[in-house]
Design a protein around this ligand. Sequence first.
Ligand code: NAD
Ligand code: IMJ
Length: 257
Amino acid sequence: MDKLLQGKTGLVLGVANRRSIAWACAQSLSKAGMRLALTYMGDRMEKGVRELAAELPDSIVLPCDVTQPAQIDAVAQAVKEEFGGLDCLVHGVAFAKREELQGDFFNTSREGYMVAHEVSAYSLAAMTRAVLPLMEGRQGSIITLSYIGGERVVPNYNIMGIAKAALEASVRYLSHDLGPRGIRVNGISAGPIRTLSSAGVSGFTDILDEIAKKAPLRRNVTADEVGDTCLFLASPLSRGITGSIVYVDAGYHIMGV
Ligand code: NAD
Ligand code: IMJ
């Protein structure tokens, strides 16, 4: 029997290691039959990402620092040459300078504000623009990863919260742009998960404990649960959904206290 995404192609940004949420998305998509291109940021990540990609049938690996427009264009060109077209883009990239993720938000530097927005929000529009010619006429799907710190105050999340608000607004504007072309754009707001990007967050264990106590499901979420929602949003099962932020957070966001 044909798999849900058999014959489809996808581009996944944001795999750093086995714990990356983007890796869970890649695995879910690949298991459903999608052929994938994974990108990595910087030479230090190449080996690890190549080893992971070797676990996915027919996948390719490309360098992409989203702050380098030439690399974004090169990724689009390589995907065109290798796959011919693209059905799905998964954006799992975020970065702020470490010093901005502590203390008072009002102390955010001009440069720190810019970097966080360039990497964590602008890159969604930039990458979308680059791959759009490859996605025309294929009922494609674009998916990004967000966090509730873009809507509510999470201590220390600071500039990343502002960037996630911009990212979630970008989902709405992009879905308006691309809906007439049959391309859907959605975000997943994931609960906290232990990854490279949450390592070293002060009080992270306390946050996990608090969610396990208060969330309707009385537990935290796993990366593979986010991956499976990504699969849903990439597939025709979600064909009526665009411009949405889907919470994969064990229900935590509905709580008032
Ligand atoms: P991660 O560290 O594995 O992934 C972040 C990725 O961003 C890495 O692969 C890194 O290489 C990439 N990146 C950083 N700067 C880049 C640049 N200039 N160009 C290209 N790539 C760059 O951590 P993660 O937790 O899997 O994060 C993935 C996404 O999920 C992020 O958008 C994050 O905000 C979001 N998210 C994470 C959590 C969590 O608790 N871990 C919760 C909700 C949302
Ligand atoms: C990040 C900072 C502060 C609080 C946080 C987080 N909480 C959670 C995260 C409560 C769950 C993880 N998260 C949702 C992110 O989006 C992380 C983004 C991030 C993390 C780092 C750490 C290392 C670094 N720069 C970063 N940039 C973005 O140097």
